[in-house]
Each structure stands twice: as C-alpha cells, then as structure tokens.
Design a protein around this ligand. Structure first.
Ligand code: APR
Ligand code: ZN
Length: 247
C-alpha cells in the first residue's frame, strides 16, 4: 500500500473511531533526541542490558545503572516533546483518545500535555530510597548524578536511590498493567507508535486490542515482527506521520 493510500486509510479509520488508545515505544522519542534501544546506535549497543539494566545487576552494583543513567538523565532533561507527542495530547483533548500506554520512561507524553499516561515501565525521573523508601520526584537527583554522584544517596538515611524505571527481571507496576489491559479491552482503535514489540507483556497488547475488536494502526521506522496484526502499517518517522494522520 503506497504511503498516501495508507495515510488516507489511517485518517478514515481514525475519523470513524471513538475510543482510541495509543501504545508507544522509544521510537516516538527519537526525534526528541533520545536514542531508542535496538536500532543502530541504540542504548543496548552501548550498554549491555544484562550488565547495566537488570534488577539483579542493580542490587549487586547500582553504580552500573547510574553510570548509564548519567547519559540518560542528560538526554531526558534536555529533551522536548516532538510533534508526535503533541498530536496525541491534542487528540486526547478532543475526547477521542482515551489514553496513552507507554513503554517509555522519559515523561515526554506528560510534558506534551497528555493527561492519561500509563507508564508500563515506570518513569526515569522519579526515584526512591532502597532503605527508607523516601521518594524523590524532582530533577535534583539527576543533576547530582550528572555531576558525578554515582550512585545517588538518600538525603534522609544515606541509603542508595533507585530510579522508578523498571529494570529487566523487575515486576511491572501492577496498577499500570491492569489499566493498560482495561484500555485494550475497551478500545475500537489502537495506534502503535515507535516500538519493536519485542518486550513482553507490552508486545501482547496490540493482539489483545485486536481480539477485543479494535483496529490496529502501526507507525514505525522499520518492520516489526507483529506488523501482521496491523490493519494499516505506516513506515516512517513518528514526528512526521502521527501529526499527518491525526490532523
Ligand atoms: N519514528 C518511528 N519509529 C522509530 C523512529 C522514529 N523516528 N526511530 C526508531 N523507530 C523505531 C525503530 O525502528 C524500532 O522498531 O522504534 C522502534 C524502537 O524499538 P526499541 O528500540 O526496541 O524500543 P521499544 O520497543 O520501546 O523497547 C521496549 O525494551 O529495553 C526495553 O524497557 C525498554 O521500554 C523498552 C522496551
Ligand atoms: Zn533513605
């Protein structure tokens, strides 16, 4: 299907849908300057996730994660939402978009103005103390990490801080998963943007939405192993395609 036909079809499906949800991955934030994980030059090319981003490795040596975190914090604190994030926030304002289920930890959907954002993999910017569980929500911690405090310590008890970003082998936030499943069960369209659909359970969600009768529009730079689930596949950059199909 040529690009223009696919865009037209996507626009028609969106126009006819009333209960839309979005599922986003790292690809939606690439045009905001945050590299994704599995493309050329992605984060996992530079940091072996088994060494830097598993819960077990964090417990053994938290400075590994926070060393990667130093680079991530710099990128995330500088990043601004792009036209794809903004188009989704505007669609929510019209009442047609019920919510965004995101695998991203960069807070860009919220910064763009989206209200109902379900963070399946947590949020990098929020942190908590592993000992006294005191919570840290401001960017102060990340400035300290950028300035070399690795790992950051709790102001209250000196304990080690952990970001709320969910690590491999760490359970997903239960409430977020429940809300995501409920949205998938009650939508008539899921727009999947910028995800390789390789990490579960997030990768199950398009099939769950489809089984509930929803149409699937998939926007991605490269092919994914779940393109076959989509009614329309739009190949290209999210910041270019998403505003076009939502205009
Ligand atoms: N526009 C659209 N898609 C893009 C763009 C772009 N500008 N740039 C990259 N992509 C696509 C890539 O082709 C790739 O298929 O986005 C996808 C990103 O895939 P991943 O890097 O695997 O990121 P994601 O799917 O979000 O990873 C899921 O894996 O590592 C864990 O917890 C981490 O949340 C992450 C999860
Ligand atoms: Zn503490």
């Amino acid at each position: 299907m040529s690009d223009d036909n696919a865009i037209d079809l996507a626009q028609r499906i969106i126009k006819d849908s009333k209960r839309i949800i979005a599922l986003t991955g790292a690809g939606i934030s690439v045009d905001s300057g945050i590299p994704d994980f599995r493309s050329e030059g992605g984060l996992w090319e530079r940091y072996d996730p088994h060494e830097y981003a598993t819960y077990d490795s964090f417990l053994v040596d938290p400075s590994k994660f926070w060393t990667m975190g130093q680079e991530l914090a710099d990128l995330i604190l500088k990043a601004q939402p792009n036209e794809a994030h903004i188009a989704l926030a505007n669609l929510e304002k019209t009442g047609k978009l019920r919510g965004v289920i995101t695998q991203n930890i960069d807070n860009l959907h919220q910064t763009a103005g989206s209200k109902n954002v379900i963070e399946l993999h947590g949020n990098y910017l929020r942190a908590y103390c592993m000992d006294c569980h005191h919570e840290y929500a401001d960017n102060e911690i990340h400035r300290r990490v950028i300035n070399g405090e690795i790992p950051p310590k709790c102001d209250k008890c000196g304990g080690i801080l952990k970001s709320e970003a969910v690590l491999f082998n760490e359970p997903l936030p239960e409430k977020a998963m429940e809300e995501a499943v409920a949205l998938c069960r009650n939508c008539d369209l899921m727009i999947v943007i910028g995800t390789s659909l390789t990490v579960y359970p997030a990768a199950f969600l398009p099939q769950l939405a489809k089984n509930s009768g929803a149409k699937i529009i998939l926007v991605n730079l490269e092919g994914t192993n779940r393109d076959n689930v989509a009614d329309v596949v739009l190949r290209g950059r999210a910041s270019n395609i998403v505003p076009r199909i939502l205009e």
